[in-house]
Design a protein around this ligand. Structure first.
Ligand SMILES: *[C@@H]1O[C@H](CO)[C@@H](O)[C@H](O)[C@H]1NC(C)=O
Ligand SMILES: *[C@@H]1O[C@H](CO)[C@@H](O)[C@H](O)[C@H]1NC(C)=O
Ligand SMILES: *[C@@H]1O[C@H](CO)[C@@H](O)[C@H](O)[C@H]1NC(C)=O
Ligand SMILES: *[C@@H]1O[C@H](CO)[C@@H](O)[C@H](O)[C@H]1NC(C)=O
Length: 464
């Protein structure tokens, strides 16, 4: 680990262990020693480490980790060689929802890479690496018990692949008895907004209306639940807002309707959306400093300033965030906290830790609930950003993942059973405290927008 000496790490390690064992740290009764030390090291490296060049870190994150034995993995690629207006229609939605100030780069979308992921029972020894995708897919489908299809978006601040992207998709497909299609969207800063979002839309349409030659048969929208963590949580919920806006526009203007694979198509909402620690406000205007003690992500401030220059970052023209130009950060499809209208959105599950991004998730939950969307908001006390992926073995993580899978099943099998509620889970063993969902973040949308503007101004000039 460059520029941050191993000696410093040893100090962090010893300090964390001592505080934990003396029960002096706030999480001493919730975490085991190993997890406490692990989190202290992650925290220390994210705030002290000089990360090097962004392009190298990005490359590093794309290295394929070994596919676990218990997973079926079938890579698939959608080539957009047919007639479709999804890019034009998405740009229309971005403009409709925005303030007219945003500069949005043109994009091209020749193809979208995805992978089917599904649990593989230990009894199956038939699948082999040399199988054709068709054969492997057919073998996988024999193990799929339920119709549940999860469309998953990984996290990683939009610029890198997730650390263990296949673990959560495997677990969710296993625990729902269904299958998962994970979108390997193009990364920023090379492919900024709206590339990943439109790739998500294309992946959803691929499920609904597979073009000839696809591995799968058409999937009903009522069998699809979106899911994601962190930046992937942003993409999943932003995609819902994009679908709502395309539908609103299409109902006003017949020539604004969607064409896909040469045919005019409906764009129904999915059965549900379920997200962990969503990165819903790219300015982090709602951050709560008191949550820093539990979190692994550094305090807010100008983002992406610690990288050494490389050919992809800083960007030209300069901007603060890898994902979008400064003047587009408040667009609801970039920062979904600013969305006005969620009516018509499907049942939604938002799960957060006691983390810096907690209020970003809560704000969206509160707004959705106020507009009649069935929303379940859960906060896990003293847990960091992304906790159930980062520290999967602690009680809060195991429990929240069970609830995640069970929510996904409900959106498909029994959506009427989902009722709006907000709760906090604390302690060990966990106990539940009800929260009032209309009082999670006592701030009107207009005041939030002002805070976001202030935040961007306080960042100063972007890195050059
Ligand atoms: C969230 O956790 C996953 C799994 O560890 C990781 O891939 C992703 O990068 C994390 N997101 C952030 C912002 O750290
Ligand atoms: C599959 O769905 C049924 C209800 O339709 C549910 O009872 C069952 O638990 C699900 N299977 C798994 C593995 O979750
Ligand atoms: C209807 O949609 C088309 C295609 O997006 C656009 O060119 C036209 O200006 C729209 N008309 C109105 C009245 O908004
Ligand atoms: C939640 O807060 C709202 C707004 O203050 C209030 O009207 C409502 O009665 C509260 N609900 C519960 C269950 O306490």
């Amino acid at each position: 680990m460059p520029a941050y000496s191993s000696f410093a790490y040893v100090i962090v390690l010893i300090k964390a262990a001592v505080l934990h064992c003396l029960r002096l740290s706030p999480t001493a009764t919730l975490l085991d020693l190993k997890t406490a030390v692990f989190l202290a090291l992650v925290r220390s490296s994210t705030s002290n480490l000089k990360p090097g060049r962004l392009i190298d870190c990005q490359q590093d994150s794309l290295r394929d980790v070994d596919v676990q034995e218990r997973i079926y993995l079938v890579s698939t690629k959608l080539t957009l060689a047919f007639e479709t207006n999804i890019i034009a229609i998405a740009f229309k939605a971005i403009r409709n929802l925005g303030d007219g100030q945003e500069s949005i780069p043109d994009i091209k979308l020749p193809s979208v890479s995805m992978e089917w992921i599904c649990h593989r029972p230990s009894s199956d020894r038939t699948a082999s690496d040399t199988d054709t995708p068709e054969r492997l897919y057919a073998t996988m489908m024999r193990g799929v018990k339920n119709k549940t299809t999860i469309l998953y978006f990984h996290g990683g601040q939009f610029w890198r692949m997730g650390r263990e992207p296949r673990r959560i998709t495997h677990e969710l497909s296993r625990d729902t008895g269904g299958r998962c299609l994970a979108v390997r969207y193009r990364l920023s800063p090379q492919n900024p907004f709206p590339t990943a979002l439109i790739e998500g839309l294309a992946a959803y349409l691929y499920l609904l209306y597979p073009p000839a030659g696809s591995l799968h048969a058409p999937v009903a929208a009522s069998d699809i639940c979106f899911a994601g963590d962190s930046a992937g949580g942003n993409l999943a919920i932003a995609l819902v807002q994009l679908i709502l806006e395309i539908t609103r526009e299409g109902s006003k203007n017949a020539s604004g309707r969607l064409t896909w694979d040469g045919q005019e198509r409906d764009l129904p909402v999915p059965a549900g959306v379920s997200i962990l620690s969503p990165y819903n406000d790219l300015t982090r205007a709602l951050d709560s400093e008191s949550n820093l003690q539990y979190d692994i992500i550094p305090a807010r401030g100008p983002p992406f300033t610690t990288f050494d220059p490389c050919k992809i970052w800083p960007a030209h023209p300069p901007r603060h965030h890898v994902y979008a130009n400064d003047n587009a950060l408040m667009n609801p499809l970039v920062s979904p906290v600013t969305a006005h209208d969620w009516s018509g959105a499907p049942p939604t599950w938002i799960c957060v830790g006691e983390e810096c991004l907690a209020d970003q998730g809560m704000f969206v939950a509160q707004r959705m609930a106020s507009q009649g969307v069935p929303v379940v908001l859960e906060q896990y006390s003293a847990m960091p950003h992304n906790f159930s992926l980062l520290i999967p073995e602690v009680e809060a993580s195991k429990y929240s993942k069970k609830r995640w899978a069970s929510f996904i099943c409900s959106t498909i099998d029994n959506p009427e059973s989902i009722t709006t509620e907000a709760m906090q889970w604390s302690g060990n063993p966990l106990f539940k405290t009800k929260l009032n969902i209309s009082k999670l973040v006592p701030l009107p949308l207009e005041s939030l927008k002002e805070k976001m503007e202030t935040q961007i101004k306080e960042w100063g000039s972007p890195p050059v």
